[in-house]
Design a binder for this molecule. Sequence first.
Ligand code: IVH
Length: 677
Amino acid sequence: MSKETEKLEAKARLEKVRELIRYHDHRYHVLDDPVISDGEYDLLFQELLALEARYPDLVSADSPSHRLGGSVAEGFTAVRHVHPMLSLDNIFSTIEFQSFQEKLQRFLRTDLPLRFMTEPKVDGLAVELVYRQGFLHTGSTRGDGLIGENITAQLKTVKAIPLRLQGDQDIPIPDELYVRGEVFLSKQGFQRLNQLRHQQGEPLFANPRNAAAGSLRQLDPRITARRPLDFFVYGVANPEVLPAEGQEALLTILSRIGFPVSPLVKGCGLPGEVEQQYQQVLALRHALDYEVDGLVVKVDTFALQRRLGFTARAPRWAVAWKFPATQATTKIEAVDFQVGRTGVVTPVALLAPVEIDGVVVQRATLHNQDEMKRKDLRLGDTVLVQRAGDVIPEVIKAVPELRNGDEQPIMFPASCPECGHPLARVQGEAAIRCVNEHCRAQQQQRLIYFAGKSGLDLDGLGKKNVEQLVRSGVVGDIADFFFLDAGQLASLEGWGEKSARNVVAAIEDRKRIPLARFLAALGIRHVGEVTAAALAEHFTSLHELMAADEEQFRRVDGIGEQVAASLSLFFQDPDVHRMIERLEKAGLVVVAADKGRSQPLAGRVFLFTGSLQTMSREEAKRSVKVRGGQVANTVSERVTDVVVGEKAGGKMKKAHELQLPLLSEREFIQLVSAVEE
Ligand code: IVH
């Protein structure tokens, strides 16, 4: 074969390979629905690189090989934005949203309700992508709104950004398109990046937004290419070149020509719909794998947008309805080491009080020794604290720039701060624990757990009261609750006759108890509500279960080695047997599973998408099934509840399109724990 023919063949193959890679990039990064394995994709990519290495003059401007980043630049060049990149005015409440609406109506001299487009305000970095004849020509940062930095090479490495647009008969690709969107880093990607930076002794990023900014502003685009950056499109500065009359139609077109649009965008035309959508996205906020800090509300119709126009700073036709902040800075004043119900010792920072999202935060978890070391935290440090939803507040990082030299290292104790027993680190775990089963602190935590919401939920026996009963020697183990005497209780400080009688009545009320609930309340290590339900399903009585050995526990659906060992250790303890004997003496009746029991989730079909944080997918499915519900694996009209975990992708998008009810992991847990098995 002649050199020429060879080259012609290579050219044809190159075009084919590029087309395939483009197709698979789109499936993976835009549609969230890949159709080949990572391995197969890598092979295609290698073939592309090999061909381009052989024929450098065949490297095209839109070749996916640019995704790997090019050469290092000396600095960024300036880009003047043809259409200025403005900002958004912020609002924080329903009242402010109403006055925004009224202002629009006054301006437009109308009483008619307006149609809005709502979009999640993803917290990343605004970028502009200029497409010429359908090819990505220039990518830039916002800069001061008029002049930004040219980061074309860096943006080309973001796989969700199309290098070339895909038009069709209905949508001819315009000569010039000024696309705007947000580049962001997932929460997971951010965690991984920080871990890596820690290992390499580099300073940590405070949040995914800073990490995204740091990644884009790399003079060496090959570094950018290694960061898992993502992108959502949210607008076009010259929409008149596309066949769309409004924002909603525009986003549909942008999606069709190759851009990823957030699955959480929604057109709102009815009164109250925007407020509802605000609440909906706010509720999902913590389940999403990227930061969302508000809802952007835009007048949908372009004709009206043009009439409303801009102020110097922002468009009059849009606002950002912000979510409450989840982070604040404060000082670590001391560190407390708490012993949990299973003996795990958790360092907790005692903070100078600071308000976050309407709640005063004074304590924040430091998780464990490794995390403490990783973040290089010291007593007296100014720290960034995060309180995200119902998650326990946590210390994100120190601000070392604010140190004055008086800060002290934090020492992890060598022995249990409660019982003095030496602490042990379990192999393969980050946790350090007190292994003394008789440790008073652990015992107290178990009692609090037993009386608390995840246990028997005994009215009037919250944490403080249980601590008092333990301190005054009235309660030492679980059985003691059932021997409580109203007269004795009433004599304790802070108690009256009525509160004492109520507590005794609440306990009386729990004397007939389902086996699953009793097992879950015991607080056995690794045995939560779901495992307890599986055990109650398997064994016919509490006594049969108490007599089981490790082997028999392993036969229970979903129970593995670790859980079986923990169960057998617990039920081998003669103290446990004595305690259960006393409970029965006090009149406790543990009722084994009644096969004909009610099925509160009967008729409901659950679909899970994304990864759950507090339980495995299997556990979640089981907890639906034991309550009579069904589980589906694909999105359809049949599904009644969609549980959205972290990094939920294509399924959530489809569920949203079908307008199926979405539940966060928390809401799901609340639902299953509210209904009895
Ligand atoms: S529209 C002229 N839509 O929020 C319109 N902005 O404070 C200006 N952002 O710099 C932007 N999601 O980085 C718009 N769906 C969205 C957005 C969004 C995030 C960011 C963007 C902008 C900032 C405005």
